[in-house]
Design a protein around this ligand. Structure first.
Ligand code: ZN
Length: 354
């Protein structure tokens, strides 16, 4: 049997899941596999998951609870947590970066933190899992951006300026349904500095948790392709987290990218967290995106370990069912390769300026 087309993925939260275990040797749990969460090494191999963006995300769960549990009812609007200072966020961010380094170190060459597209391509060719260090919510970075330089040298290649909670760089989009993404002010002056600093260093700017104002602030300021690592089409699911057709057009015109998010609340037209969801709804987003941005600008952004995903996928080992659903749609292998990894690697290459 030919091996499956590898999937390079725009977003996962496994580092946070491992960090929350508050124990040492979590890197070994990841590498050996465990019956917990949605992503670990052995299940990733079974699912043909070739790597992706590994998010460092400092959570406010203690303050507001689990967002996935709170999104209930026909309509909802989850209160967002208060701001987190860099002093509070940086130690947790460093701990998650350290977990990523430890996974690489103990992997016997099976897992690599990649800093350019050439390294990602080599990893895919050699069956080595390729990880990109990403920060979701720039709270760990100080106003002077000193931490940005240090983290860049450590391997950071992608930043979402805000998760949904506000920070010194801007205001994010709430978990609100139904709602447009136009929910308030966007970037602050410090946020605009951060955009320029990321452009200068050619760090990816992830738009997924920005509100409409923030999105258009980045679109105006940034000279890089517009990338939303884990978002869906607002026309199919009117969640505030999803992208309107005019945002999709801007992404297309910039030569950017959208990673389709597997979270059922961003897939289903009723916005519900409900794992009893078929992949037909994911294909509806795909169809809409093909129409509005074209095949070249679409990939996947699973949100594994950060979201409730459809049962037919379940966890990373179930990616085969996604491939089957795509093939049954009549998509050729050449198109599948684009969706599964080539588009992601190409847009990262364009952004990083190799
Ligand atoms: Zn996210």
């Amino acid at each position: 049997m030919p091996s499956p087309i590898p999937i390079f993925d725009g977003h996962n939260d496994v580092l946070l899941r491992l960090f929350n275990k508050q124990s040492s040797r979590v890197e070994q749990l990841f590498l050996d596999g465990e019956n917990d969460g949605q992503l670990d090494f052995p299940r990733a191999i079974r699912g043909g998951f070739a790597g992706g963006m590994f998010a460092i995300f400092v959570s406010s769960k203690d303050e507001i609870g689990d967002v996935n549990e709170l999104m209930r009812g026909e309509s909802y609007d989850i209160p967002l947590p208060g701001m987190l200072s860099a002093e509070a966020a940086l130690p947790a961010a460093l701990a998650m970066a350290s977990i990523l380094f430890r996974i690489e170190r103990r992997s016997n060459g099976r897992f690599k933190i990649c800093r350019n597209a050439k390294e990602i391509r080599s990893c895919l060719a050699a069956d080595v899992m390729a990880a990109i260090m990403h920060i979701e919510g720039a709270e760990p970075i100080d106003a002077e951006l000193n931490a940005l330089d240090v983290l860049y040298q450590a391997g950071l290649r992608s930043i979402g300026p805000v998760w949904s909670r506000s920070n010194i760089f801007g205001h994010g989009v709430p978990f609100r349904f139904p709602s447009t993404p136009d929910t308030g002010p966007g970037l602050t002056e410090l946020g605009k500095n951060l955009i320029r600093a990321c452009n200068e260093r050619r760090i990816v700017l992830d738009l997924s948790h920005l509100n409409a104002q923030g999105f258009w602030d980045v679109a105006r300021l940034s000279d890089a392709p517009l990338i939303a690592t884990h978002s869906n089409a607002h026309s199919v699911c009117p969640h505030a987290r999803n992208l309107t057709d005019s945002q999709l057009a801007a992404i297309r015109d910039s030569g950017g990218m959208i990673g389709i998010n597997f979270a059922t609340c961003f897939l289903r037209p009723d916005g519900q967290v409900e794992t009893k969801t078929g992949l037909d709804v994911l294909l509806r987003h795909l169809d809409h995106l093909i129409q509005h941005v074209g095949i070249e600008c679409i990939g996947f952004g699973s949100d594994f370990d950060g979201a409730k995903v459809p049962d037919p996928i379940g966890d990373v080992s179930g990616l085969g069912n996604l491939r089957d659903a795509l093939s049954s749609r009549g998509l050729s292998d050449a198109v599948l390769r684009k969706l599964c990894h080539e588009n992601w690697i190409n847009v990262l290459e364009r952004t990083w300026g190799e």
